[in-house]
Design a protein around this ligand. Sequence first.
Ligand SMILES: [Zn+2]
Length: 474
Amino acid sequence: MADTTEVSVVSSSRPRNAATSPLSLSGRRGLRRRHKRDRAEVEAGSNGFPCTVRCAIYTRKSTSEGLDQAFNSLDAQREAAEAYVASQKHLGWTTLPDRYDDGGFSGGTIERPALQRLMADIESRRVDCVVVYKVDRLSRSLLDFARIMQLFEQRGVHFVSVTQHFNTADSMGRLTLNILLSFAQFEREIIGERTRDKIAAARRRGQWVGGRPILGYDLDRTAHCLVVNPTEADQVREIFQLYLQLESLTGVAAELARRGWKTKRWITAAGQVQGGRPFDRALLLHLLRNVAYLGKVRHRDEVFEGTHQAIIDQALWDRVHSVLGRNRMTHGAVMRNRHGALLRSLLRCAPCNAAMVQTRTAKRGREYRYYVCTRALKRGYASCPTKSVSAHALEQGVINKLRGLQIEMNSLTTSPIADAAVLWSSEWDSLSGEQRARIVRLLADRVEINGATGGVRLELSREAEELLRPKETA
Ligand SMILES: [Zn+2]
């Protein structure tokens, strides 16, 4: 029988030896197992060939191949394979009685009952070698073939094709397998490239092609497009506005945390809840830089007109990005200067009993600084009579008021707040914003402004209070 079929040349070494050669597909695990079994059989008193190679014969025939009867019937395939195994009897090969026959199944899929059963038996280590009539009986797909071979390798299982020279127990078979696997890898990469090209093409057409859903939009899964979520869109617009007002990612993140606003929450196709995280600097920056809000779609470095509706207009976007760019270019120096605002942490809006923070805006190339009531920022300007005040005028007013204090200068220079003496010297003008702010904080504990009355109330520090000259009337 072996003469009538084109039996492949099998390596002269026994498969168990092949298992120990570095070229062999059998992993260490397979090797260990084999030794264990060998020992068991030696103990059982077997003769000079203690190693049994349990061969599973796999056959397949698809319905479309029905006409080509010659050697293609399941029985004929099995017969040839059995003859081959018989020819290797001296090496301890035996045919397993189980039949793995897939009649009427395509080789293009691995969803075949007998194949699945074979894989399960390999998993439970009941098979040492798989014998097929032709390689394509196992799989017509290079990718599937590679996957199956991987499982074989992991389990230390050899693979033999009766009519083609393919025996992973020898080096030639190993080489052939490597070539096949390289092609499989190539095919995988080609498929990957095609997918990437498709995504790129879709993005160029302005389509949303997946990725994490973003705040402001819902994903229409059937139409594959973004639909504006009005509530969230309002939030997004306000986040952009807040950044313009506060000019600080940390500041905006803190404000959003106070409001309980979080990142986009959505449910995956698998039913898992995702997102809904509090904003931090990085998430916020990501949001402010997302061109999707302009109704655009980014692919790598290119930006395309999207098919979805914009949430942010170009003017607001440009303003936000000019501030972002400035803060980035100065590496936060502007931020530090900002925090050097003279009345930082001192100024409060009296009617709201809320802190006021410095903001800046640029108009016609000139920069204007303001102190804004944080409650007005949060609840809207209508709720606050103070709203915002020009920083320069207010700061100058506070400095003048402090300079006008009747302070015992001799006592000041020996007091814990001796540094404050610089306020009355010409050196003051050369101080940085941060230094000046520190001096003011030595002298004052609180500055309150009431937008309703226009009044400013200065609350001195305890140390400054003690240095005040007694009133002349006293
Ligand atoms: Zn206020």
